[in-house]
Structures are given as C-alpha cells and as structure tokens.
Design a protein around this ligand. Sequence first.
Ligand code: G3P
Ligand code: MG
Length: 243
Amino acid sequence: MKISPQQLCGHRGVAAHAPENTLTSISLVREMGLSWVEVDVQLTQDGIPVVFHDHNLLRCTNGVGALKDIPLVDLQQLDAGGHFSPTFGHETVPTLAAVLDQAHRDALHINLEIKTYPDSDIPALCRAIFTCLSASPISVDNVLISSFSLEALAVVRDEMPELARAILWDVIPGNWHEFRDLATFSIHCNYRYLTREKAKAVKASGLALKCYTPNEPTEVEALWAWGVDMMITDDPGKYLANQ
Ligand code: G3P
Ligand code: MG
C-alpha cells in the first residue's frame, strides 16, 4: 500500500533519528516531507511550558530530579541530546514558544500533547499553553491539542474552545462516546489495541482516528483498511521508503 507523507505524524519530532522533543528532531519533520508533528508539553518549576516527555530528567538529559522542580534557566543548561548520541550534545530542552516558532516557520501542523502526571497542576499547564499560543505567530488552525487527561481537555474545551481537541487512549474504552464532547477533531489510540469495531465506531462519529506509535509499517497494514487516518510514528522514513 502506498503511504503518503500526509498520513504520517512525526512522534516527538522524528524520534528515531534525533533526540526526542528537540528542535533538531522537529526540524526533520519538514525535511522528510511530513506536515504533522507531535510533541509533549509540561511546565518547569517557574511555570514555563517546555517540550519534554518524562516526569523525570534522567532519561533524556544529564540532569536529575523532576522536570517540575527545575526552573527554565537551569533546565536550559542541561544536555538534552547526548543520551541519543554525542553528536547531539548541544541540544537543550526547548520552550514551547521556540517549538511553535519553528513549526510556524516550517508550516507544520502541530499536535501538542498536554502531558500530565499525578502531581501536575493541570489548569496552570493549560493556561500557560494558551498564553504561549496567543503570543505565537502560529495559527490556531494548525494546532491540535491532545491529552490522556480528560481534565486537561475539559479546561481546553471551556477556556479556549477554538482549539481542535483529541482524546488519547491506550485502549479506547467501551463507553468512549460518553466523552465525545471532549474531542472535536480526533481520537488517538495505541495501535496494538485497536479493533475493527472500535475503528468503525470512531469513524462513524465523524472524528478522525490516529494511532501511536507504530514504527514497523508491516505491523499496521490492516489498520489502514479499517480507516485509520494517520500513524504517529518515530520513524516515518520506513513508511516512505521503497514505495
Ligand atoms: O500522542 C501520542 C503519543 O505521544 C502518546 O504517548 O507516551 O509517547 O506521549 P507518549
Ligand atoms: Mg506524546
């Protein structure tokens, strides 16, 4: 099956080829001909939205402790690329503002995943994102908000309803339709647990359906036939190679 770049979204930038959620990783998205990128957003200790996945700094930087406990000025001293390869040792954890600027320059659609943990201040995180978006040159039409947090999606619905919203579920629950008002654009689910019936129901609701994070195209051949609109993948090049 021929896959178009428009059916693919780079996950955390292009995480297979550069350190995840860094400006270099995000710059690869347009270089590969894609128009969608997914990144994770959290707050620093001083309330600045930054693009970072984990609760803890350990895996993706040379720092220690929780992201929520470090102010931006100290965070930006950390190496956020050396964990991937020494050649990326100059990378830092980018602010959301810098990422939005780059997405705007590259004419990307950006899927901002509001990444929450049990100790996250969800309203504060949402409001910091709204402030950042309002100050950014990027059009809200090119922004999709996604989250596993139903609380976060409700804040977006109530306070910035012009933003498109997607619910993230590892497994789409049987009662998913009860949460229909939290999604205006799409449902995102783990490709491993999608069933034909759930795919059919989501598509029939008028929402788009996206799957994360299949990195082997052969694993998801059936899903295209079920109507999945987009794969959010670390390695989009594998889909585009040899077509
Ligand atoms: O947005 C899709 C995917 O990123 C969700 O899971 O853990 O990779 O942020 P995670
Ligand atoms: Mg994510």
